[in-house]
Design a protein around this ligand. Structure first.
Ligand code: NAP
Length: 504
């Protein structure tokens, strides 16, 4: 059996090494995140033999309910896994047997001593997953310490949003830092757990082919798109106070930008990679009052149709007509260093867009001289593109010019070299949370954000928000089911470029 010792190795091996039994305590164990993402991910890991008997998973919330009632709820939440994996039904009852429910109000004093008594085994890894709002992070840390639960074997996982600006992020980080060492804190960004994102590291640093070309001399520009078709769903309260810039760009899009733009790290050690990502964040040219109007576009969707279905506009969904929260952002970023001088990074993300799709497109420069001129349109040379698709259909395509086979003159066509994972490696693509949860248990923080990264990202985002507020402009309307406001198209077309559209 091949052992999994690093996240990258596991992306090319099907077999996994069992983890020593551990305790995972999910604060917010009845919430959407726990039921829709965390528990299905854990069940997959159980079915694959990575989580073994003796492991304990506790769901905690304020409701009173029995273990049995909780297991019943989780059973329902696992339906999709049961359909996906033929081995799952036989494993279900044993997996549910690992689950326990405890009632605990995180903002109250009572109940912590009982929790501590239950988690007395100091030797095993103990993971507290804070699947609750960030307002509770600080006090939960304090209570864990007071209950003697913050020892060396403890890890805490925190979800976005880590603050809503730099000051609030610093406050959260300070509060956690007073109780835990930085190495115990796992700030999760599930985009980093995606196979293709890790494969970007493998492609860049495991092949001699790309790295020499990975710079301004050969790369024209980079596009990063995270497009959603969903609207507000049931997160209206949170989302309206946040908006796309804070909800998506500050974390997911900037993390992807960092992985594309970072210098080769000296090793796969967590801090080696995170040091390089931090340098990228610190090299981003600030976007402020003077430049925000040229370099950013924000939008808000109006009623339209998504995937053939009519949908209301943002304000109707919200039930208010005075919100200026952006549901779409496009911006042009610049990394000020030797490698990337003059190479724009175009980022865009939005809700209620035409398609659910996340991708990174690295656009190479045109050939310096075409020998095919005079052969007509069929010989027009398109620049090479490396398209890293995160969802759906994770995979990588390298677009190359090729001769159309057969006689009848030299006709050229742009064709993709498909490095699609599903075809190459077969089997199911694990969900990001599966890898990330197991990384926490094994103590590998490589794919998690360090404190200084989160704060550097906010330090870049805050002036954009401030500039928007100062301008007093409203977000530009766009029709649900489109690709955002026309100003977002103009943002890139002004530079003689276009947003990437999948051509197959
Ligand atoms: P949710 O569905 O509202 O669930 C919140 C959970 O926390 C419930 O189990 C709730 O149960 C529990 N809870 C709330 N206050 C509590 C308290 N004082 N003591 C004990 N338990 C308490 O929220 P969610 O969508 O799961 O999100 C949780 C966190 O993850 C949020 O910060 C969210 O921004 C973040 N997040 C979520 C997602 C996602 O896909 N859902 C993705 C990224 C980040 P009771 O009310 O019964 O106590």
């Amino acid at each position: 059996m091949l052992l999994v010792s690093s996240p990258l190795e596991s992306s090319v091996t099907a077999a996994v090494a069992p983890m020593a039994p551990f305790d995972l305590i999910i604060f917010g164990g009845t919430g959407d995140l726990a039921l829709r993402k965390l528990l299905p991910a854990l069940f997959h890991r159980y079915v694959d033999g990575q989580i073994v008997a003796g492991t304990r998973i506790f769901g905690l919330a304020r409701d009173a309910q029995s273990d049995e009632a909780y297991r019943g709820r989780v059973r329902e939440a696992l339906q999709q896994v049961l359909l996906e994996d033929p081995r799952a039904p036989a494993a279900l009852d044993a997996f549910l047997g690992l689950l326990h429910y405890r009632r605990l109000d995180l903002s109250a004093e009572a109940g912590w001593a009982e929790l501590a008594a239950e988690l007395a085994d100091e030797a095993r890894a103990r993971v507290f997953y804070l699947a609750v709002g960030p307002a509770l992070f600080g006090s939960v840390g304090e209570r864990l310490r007071a209950a003697g639960l913050a020892g060396a074997n403890t890890r805490v996982v925190v979800e976005k949003p880590i603050g809503h600006d730099l000051a609030s992020a610093v406050a959260i980080n300070d509060a956690l830092g007073q109780v835990f060492d930085e190495r115990q804190i796992y700030r999760i960004d599930h985009y980093l757990g995606k196979e293709t994102v890790q494969n970007l590291i493998a492609l860049r640093f495991g092949n001699a082919l790309f790295e020499p070309l990975w710079k301004a001399e050969h790369i024209d520009h980079v596009q990063i798109t995270v497009a959603e078709t969903v609207g507000l769903e049931r997160r209206a309260g949170y989302y309206d106070g946040s908006g796309a810039l804070r909800d998506m760009v500050q974390n997911h899009l900037l993390q992807l930008l960092c992985l594309v733009a970072m210098e080769p790290p000296a090793s796969l050690a967590a801090d080696a990679i995170r040091d390089e990502k931090l340098k990228v964040l610190r090299a981003l040219r600030p976007i402020e009052n003077g430049s925000a109007a040229q370099l950013t576009v924000r939008g808000q969707y109006r009623a339209g149709a998504v995937e053939g279905r009519p949908v209301p506009g943002y304000l109707e969904e919200l039930g208010r007509n005075d919100s200026r929260t952006e549901t779409f952002v496009a911006l042009k970023a610049e990394v000020r260093n030797w490698r990337w001088s003059g190479v724009p990074f175009y980022l865009r993300t939005g809700k209620r867009l035409a398609e659910r799709m996340s991708e990174i497109v690295v656009n190479f420069r045109r050939v310096p001289h075409s020998i095919f001129d005079g052969l007509g349109d069929s010989a027009a040379l398109a620049p090479n593109q490396l398209v890293i698709r995160l969802q759906p259909d994770e995979g990588v395509k390298l677009w190359l010019m090729n001769k159309v086979p057969g006689p009848g003159g030299l006709r050229l066509r742009r064709v993709p070299m498909d490095l699609s994972f599903a075809e190459t490696f077969g089997g199911r693509q694990p969900e990001a949370y599966e890898r990330l949860l197991m990384d926490v248990v094994r103590g590998n923080p490589m794919l998690f954000m360090r404190r200084d990264e989160v704060e550097a990202a906010w330090a870049w985002i805050d002036p954009i928000r401030a500039a928007w507020e100062k301008s007093g402009d409203a977000p530009k309307p766009y029709t649900a089911g489109s690709w955002g406001p026309s100003a977002a198209v103009a943002l890139i077309e002004r530079d003689g470029r276009t947003w990437h559209e999948d051509a197959g």
